[in-house]
Design a protein around this ligand. Structure first.
Ligand code: FES
Ligand SMILES: [Fe+2]
Length: 431
């Protein structure tokens, strides 16, 4: 439970807010590469309550500048890409990728004041299949070299989906190890019952996992240990990455073949983009398969087809028949959207009742509140990396495995990390 004041601190991210200052201290994804093809149209994007336009100029340089023309406010995303910039359709003012006005054709030659006019603009760069923006003050840190961003292209693919809730509800759901036994339960059997193989079995046979958390250089490591009906100890290791990232591991029975990176980026205080970085460690990803499944569940407006307006198409006959446990279909992304969006656009955390299985949620909020305080005290936000040579994570592990009796999650990670997996350039080079 948080006080109203604490809840505002960790949820509001508009310009000038403490939470917004924290999130702006890191690079944030704003669009996928596929949304910005060479020669493509400018894309309006809203990030943390700031209305911006992402565009490629006629030399294919990317720019992220204010959406509303500095002249009299017209929407620049409708503009013409030409002459080294983006030209407003109202009176023809032209802005380059840095937001600088470089032409005012409606002004007499001797009255032009281009050099004095500038749109807000932010640096951008491409990495991991998305375009990232740095909207903070001072020197930008590195974009972290996690494998899901740096692995060879056949092994990874990025998507994004819009969700109608505050960003923190999305982040919290992704770090919460308990909900998978319920919300993502695919089998109709009783909670805690023994089920045939696959995801249903992994999550449902022990609906009350033993949880452990550890602080890491990049955030928090999360362990969930389940006792399977056949006596095996099934461990899942996920992560929280500062300030709005997670890495949920695949739900397939071990040995797992991959995991996802996720970033929950506020659009405004009431909606956010969930960026998904699908990563297959050993074999090339079935990108067509992932795309086909996603396209069945995400509408052209970028939101799930199951949404609040249609009560998530819940089918109680499906539930009664036992085809699914929730009556919400079998797509986990839509199930997550249901859970977070129906908690209210900004969940009132002063009214909740946290249980012992919410230790991860509590730790996550502590980490965020401490990071905000750290910045308010004039210190650097946690986990920001400046030295490219140090941009790797020897303490990173994201996996699921069967572990010996008597071993717990932290002991397992210590043992495995001693063999040197981690994440970063060395690992990528080795693959
Ligand atoms: S409003 Fe954009 S040029 Fe006038
Ligand atoms: Fe989930």
């Amino acid at each position: 439970m948080l006080s109203q004041k604490q809840n505002e601190l960790v949820t509001l991210t508009g310009p000038g807010t403490p939470g917004g200052k924290l999130l702006r201290s890191y690079w944030q994804p704003v669009a996928t590469d596929e949304e910005m093809p060479i020669g493509g149209a400018p894309l309006p994007v809203k990030i943390m309550n700031e209305e911006l336009v992402l565009f490629r100029d006629d030399k294919d340089r990317l720019g992220l500048i204010g959406l509303h023309c500095a002249h009299r406010g017209t929407d620049l995303s409708y503009g013409r890409v030409e002459n080294g910039g983006l030209r407003c359709l109202y009176h023809g003012w032209l802005f380059d990728v840095n937001g600088q006005c470089i032409d005012q054709p409606a002004e007499p030659e001797d009255k032009k004041f281009c050099h004095k006019v500038r749109q807000v603009s932010y640096p951008v760069q491409q990495k991991g299949g998305v375009i990232w923006a740095y909207m903070g003050e001072g020197e930008a840190p590195q974009i972290p070299n996690f494998d899901f961003l740096t692995a060879p292209l056949p092994h990874r693919k990025a998507f994004r989906v819009i969700q109608d809730s505050n960003w923190l509800q999305g982040l919290e759901s992704s770090t919460d190890p308990s909900h998978v036994s319920y919300l993502h339960r695919l089998s109709p059997g009783p909670v805690g019952g023994s089920l045939p193989g696959g995801q249903a079995r992994m999550f449902s046979e022990d609906p009350c996992p033993k949880l452990d958390i550890e602080r890491t250089s990049f955030g928090v490591r999360i362990h969930a240990l389940r006792k399977m009906a056949d006596g095996q100890n099934y461990l899942r290791v996920n992560n929280y990455i500062y300030p709005c990232g997670t890495t949920p591991v695949s739900s397939e029975p071990p040995p797992v073949t991959g995991y996802q990176g996720r970033w929950y980026v506020p659009i405004d205080d009431h909606s956010h983009c969930r960026f998904e970085f699908i990563y297959s460690q050993k074999v090339p990803l079935d990108k067509e398969g992932f795309t086909a499944v996603r396209n069945q569940h995400v509408a052209p407006d970028g939101r799930h087809t199951r949404r609040l307006e249609n009560r998530y198409l819940q089918d109680r006959e499906e539930m009664k028949r036992g085809d699914t446990w929730t009556g919400l279909g079998r797509y986990a992304g839509a199930q997550d959207a249901f859970a977070i969006e129906t908690a209210g656009v900004i969940q009132d955390r002063s009214q909740e009742h946290l249980g012992s299985t919410d230790i991860v949620i509590i730790e996550l909020r502590k980490a965020l509140l401490a990071a905000i305080k750290q910045m308010e005290d004039g210190k650097e936000a946690p986990g920001r990396l400046h030295d490219p040579a140090q941009n790797y994570f020897p303490d990173f592990i994201c996996t699921a495995d069967y572990i010996p009796d008597g071993e717990d999650g932290p002991a397992y990670c210590k043992r495995v990390l001693a063999q040197g997996p981690g994440s970063g350039p060395a690992k990528v080079a080795a693959e």
